[in-house]
Write a protein that binds this ligand. Structure first.
Ligand SMILES: NC(=O)c1ccc[n+]([C@@H]2O[C@H](COP(=O)([O-])OP(=O)(O)OC[C@H]3O[C@@H](n4cnc5c(N)ncnc54)[C@H](O)[C@@H]3O)[C@@H](O)[C@H]2O)c1
Length: 363
């Protein structure tokens, strides 16, 4: 049983607490922390967590194995680093860190201390993307040729209670929503080799639901082109500047057909496939039971990997590759050139999806 200290009791913490106390059986949350103590108290009471602590108390506590870092992006690197230096495994919400250099440093510390790093998103362990991976591996679309993804909206300030971080470094549509798309692409197509892009910014300030003005410090309309080692070329558009649209979210094209990939910010379907000689798309049955919001599955899988002494699926190596791709989309635009990538993700470890829900098993 891996013992977890959860830091950051904001909007996303509820689903992690629900799944890690109610569904996944190989982990236990022993303490929660937040700069805002009343938030920590509220979550502790709601989910029956025995202790409220500070981060420093957690780091000094031998009873805590892993820090689950659900704070806002600016705090990710510093908390991850402190936790690793204190000898704790880390699982962090995306992004792993604000820069590739910081991400690399974290992975190096973890390697030198024999510790695990895990990072969201873990949606690729959900039924939708796992079904797509299975189809691609079985040759359903043949050799991947390319694809297009569109994450288009007008920002999160209309619904999030504290939306300023979405327009700060580590936010923007690329760093906030890009991880879902890029992670799914890397898990379906493998390592990416190079990136080119154009990025833009339409508004200098945004207005929160409470009427507060938010400075926009990052680009908010980003169009990247990623070339994968398998040869596929995929366009990735992320924008917080679009009012209305009816673009398909995610298509992959292959020599033998086309795959409509479900929203990678969800765990379910639909997965739709059209083979080259078929007139239209048909819906494919999902191959795993995790079709509903199962955030936290990556934490449970990390605990299993630790027990089995193998690399975890939502690994730091995967997150670092995704971070390098995202940072390169920003850099390519700034430097007007193609960026060749240096990092590589860890291999996908196949899971036995016939295992009971909440009790993950490797194939
Ligand atoms: N809100 C969502 O729907 C959503 C979905 C998926 C992923 N995420 C990711 O989850 C992370 C958190 O997002 P959120 O929406 O829950 O943010 P939030 O602002 O609602 O909550 C963050 C919490 O972290 C606390 N915090 C910040 N710095 C801290 C520190 N140094 N020590 C202790 N506590 C600290 C804050 O007080 C706050 O309670 C972000 O990385 C975001 O990208 C959010």
């Amino acid at each position: 049983m891996m013992k977890i200290g959860l830091v950051g009791c904001g909007a996303i913490s509820g689903i992690y607490l629900q799944k890690l106390t109610g569904t996944f059986t190989n982990v236990t949350i022993t303490a929660v922390a937040d700069l805002n103590e009343s938030r920590a108290r509220e979550k502790a009471e709601q989910f029956g967590i025995p202790r409220i602590m500070t981060l420093d108390q957690m780091l000094a506590d031998d009873g805590i194995d892993l820090i689950l870092n659900l704070t806002t992006p600016r705090s990710h690197y510093s908390i991850n680093k402190k936790a690793l230096l204190a000898g704790k495994h880390v699982y962090v919400e995306k992004p792993l860190a604000l820069t590739y250099a910081e991400g690399k440093e974290l992975i190096e510390i973890a390697q030198s201390k024999g510790l695990y790093v895990g990072c969201a998103p873990d949606t690729f362990l959900g039924a939708g993307i796992q079904t797509c991976i299975d189809l691609i591996q079985k040759g359903a679309i043949g050799k991947p040729v390319g694809g297009a993804t569109f994450m288009l909206c007008h920002g999160h300030e209309l619904w999030h209670p504290d939306p300023a971080f979405y327009y700060d470094f580590g936010g923007g549509p690329l760093f906030d929503m890009g991880p879902y798309y890029v992670t799914a692409l890397v898990r379906m197509l493998g390592r990416a080799e190079s990136v080119v892009s154009y990025c833009g910014r339409t508004y200098e300030t945004r207005t929160s639901g409470k009427g507060e003005s938010i400075p926009v410090k990052v680009d908010t309309h980003d169009v990247g082109l990623i070339r994968f080692a398998c040869g596929a070329i995929v366009s990735v558009t992320t924008s917080f500047d679009v009012w209305h649209q009816s673009m398909p979210k995610f298509h992959l094209f292959g020599t033998e057909g086309t795959l409509k990939v479900p929203d990678p910010n969800s765990f379910g379907g639909p997965v739709e496939l059209a083979a080259r000689d078929q007139a239209d798309f048909h819906t494919v049955d999902l191959i795993t039971p995790y079709a509903e919001n199962s955030r936290g599955i990556g934490v449970s899988e990390l605990a299993l990997a630790c027990e089995e002494k193998r690399v975890n699926n939502a690994s730091g190596y995967l997150a670092l590759h995704v971070l390098e791709i995202m940072e390169s989309i920003i850099r390519s635009n700034a430097e007007h050139r193609e960026i060749v990538l240096e990092s590589s993700p860890s291999e996908l470890v196949p899971m036995d999806w016939s295992a009971p829900v909440g009790q993950l098993k490797t194939k």
